[in-house]
Design a binder for this molecule. Sequence first.
Ligand SMILES: NC(=O)c1ccc[n+]([C@@H]2O[C@H](COP(=O)([O-])OP(=O)(O)OC[C@H]3O[C@@H](n4cnc5c(N)ncnc54)[C@H](O)[C@@H]3O)[C@@H](O)[C@H]2O)c1
Length: 417
Amino acid sequence: MEFHVRDQDLTAAGRARIAWAEREMHVLRRIRDRFVRERPLAGVRIAACLHVTAETAALARTLVAGGATVRLCASNPLSTQDDVAAALVEEQVGVFAVRGEDRETYYRHIQQALDLRPHLTLDDGADLVTTAHEQRRDVLGGITGGTEETTTGVIRLRAMARDGVLRYPIIAVNDARTKHLFDNRYGTGQSTIDGLLRATNLLLAGRTVVVCGYGLCGRGVAMRARGLGARVIVTEVDPLRALEAVMDGYQVLRLAEAAPAGEVFITVTGNRDVIRREHLERMRDGAVLANSGHFNVEIDIPALEDLAQAKQRVREHVDEYRLPDGRRLYLLAEGRLLNLAAAEGHPAAVMDMSFANQALAVEYLARGGRGLAPAVHPVPGEIDAAVAELKLAAMGITLDALTPEQRRYLASWSEGT
Ligand SMILES: NC(=O)c1ccc[n+]([C@@H]2O[C@H](COP(=O)([O-])OP(=O)(O)OC[C@H]3O[C@@H](n4cnc5c(N)ncnc54)[C@H](O)[C@@H]3O)[C@@H](O)[C@H]2O)c1
């Protein structure tokens, strides 16, 4: 079996890390038990481009247990846990991922994942799918379906479908309610603050934190920063989202106004050039810049490089940029996903739901996906509902049930005042 990982001597550490994560992944474990019995993925080849973390390992092991042959590459050059990558090789997963790999290696690894000639693709950000479409038409015809994990990937894939170039159906796992309402909000919220603290060890109480973007991720980050005592300012471009932020009790400003006020800036928009030169020029000495959106384009790093007179790494994950007037700006994790680069990504308990959706969506596609057209499709509602039920059951929480009268009442239109 082909693979490329940093060091196979890290296997024992990786195995321990995976076991720790799996303790929290009850839903996925239950799906795996069924996969072992039913082998729904027997003979299916899967190329996956995901953050190579312990939680992803739990998913890969589930797919292998279902009978699939899996190749895995990283969806971000800085998010790979090398010990997990090593441990997965022992599990017969062809891993091509090394933390800190350069751009060329990153894309070579994607090519190597595609060399498997997959039937299905799993993507996080759509780099695998776009590479297959642009450079690997030799394997494209054999792919019958795929899944996409994150908001940015779904946006890219919808653009491909709109332009008529998407060649196979993709299930937007991100859009399952049991994914984005929990993973994007509570997962990104907690783990981004975790990354910020591990990288800087700053006290957040009393500090002004500017959160750019009040989507699911942004509200998670804002909520957790406030929970630690930060004064939170939100910037937005969408009136509805801005209004929600206002009524959630945050100050909403234009970034130009927030720039001189903020002490920590966190972008989570999925957009590019959110923090630009004109903002950097107005920031105070010591301002910290970080991103938890998918790509490292939310902060205009070339503008920062251009503005700075000197740059030095002052701590792991912290680069100091000294401006001509003496002010220092600190960029965390090279502007890449802070929660994965400086911490360990989302806690396993939320990835349990995201990856349960992935496993069940893969099974659905492997069973033919009811002849889906080459477009972006929602996760079937029954999968979403099953994941919620299984998660509640795993937490030991039971719910009330509608009485027959209540059911009738809710279905009728004739009863009024
Ligand atoms: N770090 C992680 O582990 C992680 C997890 C899930 C999603 N993501 C990524 O985070 C990003 C955001 O995801 P989401 O689910 O919150 O998306 P979303 O679409 O729900 O929210 C994004 C918000 O940013 C706003 N926005 C866009 N451009 C802006 C600008 N210039 N200034 C201010 N606000 C702007 C939008 O109006 C929107 O409200 C995506 O790139 C997604 O892929 C990261």
